[in-house]
Ligand binder design. Structure first.
Ligand code: SF4
Length: 351
């Protein structure tokens, strides 16, 4: 059965972090009633357009989705359940920031259907959290993590490495601390400096590319969890299903201001943004290229289906056995060495 994935964007944050270029804005008192109304309107629009489609994952991303009070959240989930055919094992992820959820609210979200929590911890060091412009401290992060684990949620945590003056030794220490948290999934993001952010204007002395590469290597050598995507690590079976589906090239619908999607209808791909902002056909070739770029970020690579075969350069693959491989599941993947130069590889991989 063809399955779809829902991404629901929540664009509000308590304040903007110093490195953040995501579509979100600082807002102490968002108009949640209006937000709920808009999201429900969009959900109904897609139900009307696509029918009672099968939904295998729902991901509330942001922004800070955990800022949402439980009532609008419950109403949104109820609408999803009534409009669509939800997989009984549907993965429902909520991105959460420490300090925005107490035990009761966490329980309310859990009772409403959330079964996976992705926590933006970023660092276990209060000085570094302050530098990054985060509004929480390490104690609040550990409190949320422990509460979620006790409740039986699948828990992931995000961390940032590669801060100015950080070395591979620091990253090894960070990974050892992460190992003690009992996580089954975590994301390790290299700090990147984006234009227009406070860090973009600060002229920071960042680690060199070689130093960043050493840190990246130190992560896979120290973390207890194996890497399954460029920045993601999980126990086998605990990977984020939503992201895997999107990276593999399944249809996903972006709900909420600024959220984008790719939807296959009657064998034609559409690029979508909101229910009014954009809905345009894209060619199979363009879509295959997008799928190649996201799919190759995975350790398992991308399935070699007919559309992917049409755009890739088999000569280059055959000439690069230390960088690329075709595995037993007929997926094209990088070797460990290839993963380090993925961007260069992608340039040569297409015809
Ligand atoms: S909490 Fe996340 S989305 Fe919000 S400003 Fe910080 S990094 Fe950006």
């Amino acid at each position: 059965m063809k399955s779809y994935n829902l991404y629901i964007h929540v664009p509000f944050c308590l304040s903007k972090c110093n490195y953040c270029a995501f579509f979100s804005r600082a807002c102490k008192k968002p108009d949640w009633q209006n937000y709920e109304h808009n999201i429900i309107t969009e959900l109904k629009y897609w139900a009307e357009k696509l029918g009672k489609i099968f939904i295998s994952t729902v991901f509330f991303g942001g922004g800070t989705p955990s800022l949402m009070p439980s009532q609008p959240f419950e109403n949104i989930i109820k609408t999803i359940k009534s409009c669509f055919n939800l997989d009984p094992d549907c993965e429902i992820t909520l991105e959460a920031n420490p300090g925005t959820l107490d035990k009761q609210k966490l329980k309310d979200f859990y009772n409403a259907g959330v079964n996976r929590l992705s926590i933006g911890i970023q660092s276990l060091n209060d000085e570094k959290l302050k530098f990054l412009g985060r509004v929480h401290n390490a104690e609040q992060a550990l409190f949320l993590l422990n509460s979620a684990q006790k409740l039986g949620l699948r828990v992931s945590a995000d961390f940032i490495y590669g801060l100015p003056n950080e070395t591979a030794c620091d990253v090894i220490k960070i990974c050892k601390d992460i190992n003690s948290l009992g996580l089954s999934h975590c994301s390790m993001y290299e700090l990147t400096i984006e234009q227009g952010t406070p860090f973009g204007k600060a002229n920071l002395q960042m680690p060199s590319n070689d130093e960043m590469a050493e840190m990246y290597k130190a992560i896979s050598e120290t973390l207890d969890l194996p890497r399954y995507e460029v920045s993601n690590y999980a126990k086998p079976g605990e990977e984020c299903k939503h992201n895997q589906n999107v990276w593999d090239g399944e249809s996903y619908i972006g709900i909420g201001n600024g959220a984008a999607g790719r939807i296959l209808i009657n064998d034609v791909w559409y690029e979508q943004m909101g229910n009014q902002q954009k809905f345009e056909k894209i060619s199979n070739e363009t879509r295959a290229l997008e799928r190649l770029i996201t799919g190759m970020r995975q350790v398992r690579g991308i399935k070699l289906d007919s559309d992917i075969k049409k755009i890739i350069n088999f000569d280059f693959i055959n000439k690069s056995p230390t960088l690329l491989k075709i595995n037993s599941e007929n997926r094209l993947a990088t070797t460990e060495k290839g993963m380090l130069i993925l961007d260069d590889l992608l340039l040569n991989l297409t015809r």
